[in-house]
Design a protein around this ligand. Structure first.
Ligand SMILES: [Zn+2]
Length: 384
């Protein structure tokens, strides 16, 4: 993800981490699910029943993701001894979903890869992956990305869905050349994205309503996960840096001046918020906080969003990347929109799963079996 504000030292607890999830009396008893299993007092599934793997990078994203489960399940008794992940388990539209979060304070493509590997050790039947969280937007002409909008990793106009922009060749006297190909998101998920995109052309997506519903049920989340005032969505001109002489002057809330901001029109009457954008997600191990580099990559490569995990997943844990936009990948990056952006991404991911019949997922290959990496396949041998 790209929502982190500064790089904390490795292993440091992230300041925005919330308390570990606990089962509070307010949550119990769980609402009865409207299915054949509704007689069960608690949802208990065998680890091998989970088919959808959902990965989050930050606690903020994990908190949001859990709120979009239809029903929560208890932790399975068995887990691989080498699996250090924290999990939330439950169902969405009949899919059994396992949600994992990266360890607090750790991030980057290799940490994401190791969380996915551990997940597949304990949940060997996962067939479909989602990386859901927040990221930095790269608005440009034709892509009016606003804070709280959603970017979905889709190959468009000959560009891939995900690219690692810090992996390539640096040759003296030439532009840095990105090399290496990452796999595409799973076809089943791409088809569902297309289906939803077509549907949302004529119908409201209702994502804001879904977020409002969660916040109504859990008022405690409202201050951190509700939508900030629209006036706080400010896109600075690329040359205006956070602590620069003119413009922002490093104010905590990045107020800026009219001349330091890029002027953008009001949203149209029929434009629903959050908007959904489809295209290239750029991934790297370093945090993007440079508006000039952002704009250059956006123009040259068609990048819509910057984040820090997807490139570690695509070849071993084929997934669709869904990112709520929480900042503009520039030096003004702050946390104000992170909670809402995480909610928007999770709301979209749930909507997507609702479009896919569970039987279709069960017909997919297991990720563990289809992974091209021997180290990933070995993860599955622990229990044999
Ligand atoms: Zn600023």
């Amino acid at each position: 993800m790209s929502g982190r504000v500064e790089s904390p030292p490795p292993k440091a607890r992230r300041p925005d981490s919330t308390s570990p999830p606990v089962s509070t009396p307010a949550q119990a008893p769980a609402p009865a699910p409207a299915s054949a299993s509704s007689q069960q007092p608690e949802w208990k599934f065998n680890p091998d029943e989970y088919t959808v793997g959902w990965i989050c990078a930050l606690t903020t994203e994990y908190v949001a993701a859990k709120e979009f489960l239809d029903d929560k399940a208890v932790q399975p008794k068995y887990r691989s001894p080498n699996d250090n992940n924290a999990y939330a388990l439950g169902t969405i539209a009949g899919h059994k979903v396992v949600i994992a979060v990266l360890p607090a304070g750790e991030y980057g493509t290799s940490t994401a890869a190791s969380v996915a590997r551990d997940m597949l050790r304990s949940f060997r039947n996962v067939r479909m992956g989602l990386m859901v969280g927040i990221g930095g937007g790269a608005p440009r002409a034709g892509h009016d990305i606003r804070l709280g909008d959603i970017v979905v990793s889709i190959s468009r106009n000959g560009k891939p869905a995900v690219r690692q922009y810090d992996f390539g060749k640096a040759i003296q006297g030439r532009e840095f050349q990105m090399t290496g190909n990452l796999n595409q998101p799973p076809v089943l998920l791409l088809a569902a994205v297309n289906d939803l995109e077509a549907r949302f052309q004529s119908e409201d997506h209702g994502l804001q309503g879904a977020i409002d519903e969660v916040l109504k049920k859990k008022p405690k989340l409202a201050s951190r996960y509700g939508k900030p005032a629209p006036g706080t969505d400010r896109l600075f001109k690329a040359h205006v840096t956070h602590d620069g002489e003119a413009g922002c002057r490093g104010a905590a809330d990045c107020v800026g001046t009219p001349s330091s901001l890029r002027q953008r029109g009001e949203k149209g009457e029929h434009e629903e918020s959050p908007a959904i954008h489809y295209g290239l997600v750029a991934s790297a191990n370093s945090l993007m906080k440079d508006a000039l580099v952002r704009d250059r990559l956006a123009a040259a490569e068609g990048v819509l969003c910057f984040e820090m995990e997807a490139a570690g997943l695509m070849n071993h844990f084929p997934c669709l990347v869904v990112r709520g936009i929480c900042d503009y990948s520039d030096s003004h990056k702050n946390k104000q929109w992170q909670g809402y952006a995480a909610m928007a991404a999770a709301a979209y991911a749930r909507e997507l799963l609702r479009r896919i019949p569970p039987s279709q997922v069960e017909a997919e290959k297991k990720i563990l079996a289809s992974s091209t990496s021997p180290s990933f396949r070995n993860g599955g041998e622990v229990r044999d």
